[in-house]
Write a protein that binds this ligand. Structure first.
Ligand SMILES: Nc1ncnc2c1ncn2[C@@H]1O[C@H](COP(=O)(O)OP(=O)(O)OP(=O)(O)O)[C@@H](O)[C@H]1O
Ligand SMILES: [Mg+2]
Length: 424
């Protein structure tokens, strides 16, 4: 059987053909590999270079490889944060014509770290709570989309910085199943698997001395259940309001937006006596601020980063002469300005902000000092630092001085870890 590459993008097969598919992955020569930290796995996984991309190659049997590829494509279509599937390669033969396992190729998730590497220095409990928050958001998003993970764990998740918090990505979809909708039983089962897996992983860390002594692995496993439960309740609960009090409904929608979720439809029913209104939101997806930022500025950021950047953009807009004060803020629904004919449209102001504020600020931080931080994360760090220094000085010290001080005093001390850089 000949080597077969199934890929979504026509450019990929050509680049992939340059890799040594006739050699078992474990024996690939160094020259093809990229030495980045890997999590634990049953299958052999390696990172390699394909053109300008870094790819993750996982060796597994043909059927599960094709299945996982399809599931990852489904998740992509549903807008769920997961690794991007690039190709499945089957029909591999070694030089003696002995068959080799198929591989699944995904794009390496830039700036991400497997949790094991994050624990190389004992992680502070506060950071652990943030990881659980991120994982709970991911699990809720998957469940809202009808995806039962079947093996939610820390090692099947990748974490990326997100404005001092984390964003979680699904990395292993092999055991997943997509349904039109999940029953409560299916969700509970999935959540229970997550709890057991996480406790097990923390027990391992404890045994190797990498767990903070104040954390109990079993107890901590329940944290995912609590966080998930709270979020699910807030997103899906039915609320009853006195008739005519529509501002309550609006307030609930705003709270959901603040949590990063959008409401696609809502079901509003009046009670038979007309005294009350029942409201059930149909929450579609997270990424509310992410989408706003992308539309306004073209910047693609994580959800918390996007919220932070939008706030900064908003305060900057208010200082501009051609800003129409009556305009809705960029973080709310966007409409073009009415009334003042000289007022600039928010999109125009937003592009000016990217050009005159965001980009020059980020560029002021030398590339070699940025570590694994992307531009949005750097900007967030600079805003934090400005806030910190301004609090200390009791007046706004301005962004330029904050940048200078950050480069001089904070960056040199920052270690190459996922822990957010916090001023001492
Ligand atoms: N696209 C990617 N980007 C970054 N890291 C990746 C990527 N794909 C895989 N990895 C790393 O490889 C590890 C193993 O991948 P994966 O969980 O898919 O393998 P597995 O053998 O199926 O694991 P399991 O033992 O759970 O079955 C992950 O934990 C992650 O650290
Ligand atoms: Mg795995």
């Amino acid at each position: 059987m000949a080597l077969q590459i199934s890929a979504t993008n026509p450019e990929h097969p050509a680049l992939l053909l340059e890799l040594p598919w006739d050699v078992p992955l474990e024996e690939w020569p160094e020259e093809y590999l990229v030495p980045l930290p890997r999590g634990i796995s049953r299958h052999v996984v390696r990172y390699a270079r394909a053109g300008s991309e870094v790819i993750a190659v996982k060796e597994l049997a043909e059927r599960p490889a094709l299945r996982e590829y399809e599931l990852l494509r489904d998740l992509d279509r549903l807008g769920i944060p997961a690794v991007d599937p690039l190709a499945v390669i089957t029909g591999r033969l070694d030089p003696d014509a002995e068959p080799l396992e198929s591989v699944l190729v995904t794009r390496h998730l830039g700036g991400s770290m497997p949790y094991r590497s994050m624990f190389e220095t004992t992680m502070r409990p506060a950071t652990m709570h943030r990881l659980m928050d991120a994982l709970a958001v991911l699990l809720v998003r998957l469940h809202l989309a009808g995806f039962a993970w079947g093996d939610c764990s820390l090692s099947n998740t990748l974490f990326r910085r997100d404005a001092g918090a984390y964003a979680a990505y699904l990395v292993d979809a092999e055991t997943g199943d997509l349904h039109p909708q999940l029953s409560n039983g299916q969700r509970e089962y999935d959540l229970d698997l997550a709890r057991v897996n996480i406790s097990g992983e923390l027990l391992d860390l404890e045994a190797s001395g990498a767990l903070h002594p104040s954390l109990d692995p079993i107890e901590f496993g329940f944290e995912i259940c609590t966080r998930y439960g709270e979020l699910w309740e807030e997103l899906t609960r039915t609320s009853v309001y006195p008739a005519g009090k529509y501002q309550y409904i609006e307030r609930r929608i705003r709270r959901l937006n603040d949590l990063g979720f959008d409401v696609a439809e809502m079901q509003i029913e009046h009670s038979s006596d007309g005294d009350s209104v029942t409201f059930v939101p149909k929450v579609v997806d997270a990424g509310h601020h992410q989408r706003q930022l992308l539309r306004l500025t073209g910047l693609d950021a994580e959800e918390n980063q996007a919220r932070r950047l939008l706030n900064d953009l908003e305060s900057w807009m208010a200082t501009q002469d051609d800003y129409a004060p009556g305009d809705p803020p960029p973080s709310s629904q966007l409409r073009s300005s009415r009334g003042d004919p000289h007022a600039a449209r928010p999109e125009v102001l937003a592009h000016r902000w990217v050009r005159d504020v965001f980009r020059p600020t980020v560029r002021a931080v030398p590339l070699e000092l940025r570590g694994s931080m992307d531009p949005a994360e750097i900007y967030h760090e600079l805003l934090e630092h400005r806030w910190y220094l301004s609090e200390r000085a009791q007046h706004d010290i301005g962004l330029d001085s904050a940048v200078e001080d950050y480069i001089e005093n904070v960056l040199p001390k920052a270690r190459e870890t996922l822990e957010p850089v916090t001023p001492e």
